[in-house]
Write a protein that binds this ligand. Structure first.
Ligand SMILES: N[C@@H](CCC(=O)N[C@@H](CS)C(=O)NCC(=O)O)C(=O)O
Length: 128
């Protein structure tokens, strides 16, 4: 069943990927506006976040739309084509599944958050 979903989403990404990217582009949500000081503060905070993603993955696009809406300049890493990013995700995160948000807390603790809904909920709670 797991394998079925893996190949199902792979097929969706290959066939529908360009269409999804186009629709995403033309329906891109507007970013919230912060004062320059507030935005600077948020920019500093998101330096501790990294999103591991595939370009045409619908779940990753869902998270990236949230990032756009909340004006979050989070670094993204391509776990599909960048072998180093893929290796980090597998060995440190525990599995190749995207999106995955790497959160480095102030005390240095690292959390690898999988599941697009959990990531979006986290971003909304923290930055909305
Ligand atoms: N329930 C997960 C689904 C994530 C998912 O299925 N992602 C696919 C990409 S679209 C994946 O990571 N596949 C692994 C692979 O293709 O190796 C979520 O909402 O984040």
């Amino acid at each position: 069943m797991k394998l079925f979903f893996k190949y199902f989403f792979k097929t969706i990404r290959i066939i529908l990927g360009p269409i999804i990217l186009f629709i995403n582009l033309v329906t891109m949500p507007r970013s919230i506006k912060r004062s320059p000081e507030q935005q600077q503060k948020v920019d500093a905070e998101v330096k501790n976040l990294t999103l591991y993603q595939f370009r045409t993955c619908p779940f990753c696009i869902k998270v990236k739309r949230m990032m756009k809406r909340l004006a979050l300049n989070i670094e993204t890493r391509d776990a599909q084509h960048d072998p180093q990013a893929r290796e980090e995700l597998l060995t440190q995160g525990g599995k190749i599944s995207v999106p995955c948000l790497k959160i480095t807390n102030e005390d240095g603790e690292i959390i690898w958050m999988y599941e697009s809904s959990d990531i979006n909920q986290y971003l909304e709670q923290r930055f909305a």
